[in-house]
Design a protein. Structure first.
Length: 225
């Protein structure tokens, strides 16, 4: 009798374990069914593919990142069902991250695209158009007396008359700044460093700078203590 009870207990435990495994497997399968795949390409305004561009999904609490291959193509797998925003950029080639309003308000809709994943594991195609190339503003920062480079400097810039588009550069690199400016838009900017007086751009009575697409301008800024 005792052995029979023991056998029944083992049978029920085994059955319960199997049911638990099946339940977990069912949940996993359900999660898989509620996701999909995004495949796409990143191109310029002229439709040319952009290799080595950074691409990420902008989501709440989750932002997977990848990069494009030599054909400008990218893919994301196991993407949760729903609406997603795909953002791409390549600063070294003159294509900034359009997440910042300083850039996005110049060319709204460029550098991003919205994608809907229906959760059926099907492939959703996406095309991210980066738009025109921006101009490069190269700034070297030195001490007005010693003429030596200054570290920990920061640039603050905004579209002229639009303070809400303010963008701060962060501390400069040893060789200075390489800033991307939207083509043909007047930009106001200032520069500051700890222990130095703030500097505001002004050349020949004009308090803003304007660069063309793919253009480059170099400036040396001397800060005084």
């Amino acid at each position: 009798m005792k052995s029979m009870v023991t056998g029944l207990c083992c049978w029920f435990l085994t059955l319960g374990f199997a049911a638990g495994v099946c339940a977990q497997g069912g949940k996993t399968s359900q999660r898989e069914r509620l996701s999909g795949i995004i495949k796409g390409i990143v191109v310029t305004a002229k439709g040319m593919p952009v290799a080595d561009a950074i691409v990420y999904l902008f989501e709440n609490g989750r932002s997977p990142v990848t990069s494009t291959d030599e054909n400008g193509e990218f893919s994301f797998s196991n993407v949760p069902a729903g609406n997603h925003k795909v953002i791409a950029y390549k600063e070294s080639a003159g294509f900034p991250n359009m997440l910042w309003s300083f850039y996005s308000e110049t060319y709204e809709g460029k550098g991003t695209t919205s994608v809907y994943v229906d959760g059926s594991q099907r492939v959703t195609n996406a095309v991210v158009n980066l738009g025109p190339e921006f101009g490069h503003l190269l700034i070297r920062v030195i001490d007005a007396d010693t003429k030596k480079p200054i570290g920990n400097a920061e640039v603050a810039m905004n579209r002229k008359g639009e303070p809400k588009t303010l963008l701060r550069s962060g501390a400069n690199k040893p060789d200075g700044f390489d800033l991307l400016l939207p083509p043909n838009i007047p930009i106001e900017f200032s520069l500051a460093a700890p222990g130095y007086q703030a500097w505001h751009y002004r050349q020949r009575g004009i308090d803003s700078i304007r660069l063309g697409s793919r253009s480059e301008q170099r400036i040396t800024v001397e800060l005084r203590r």
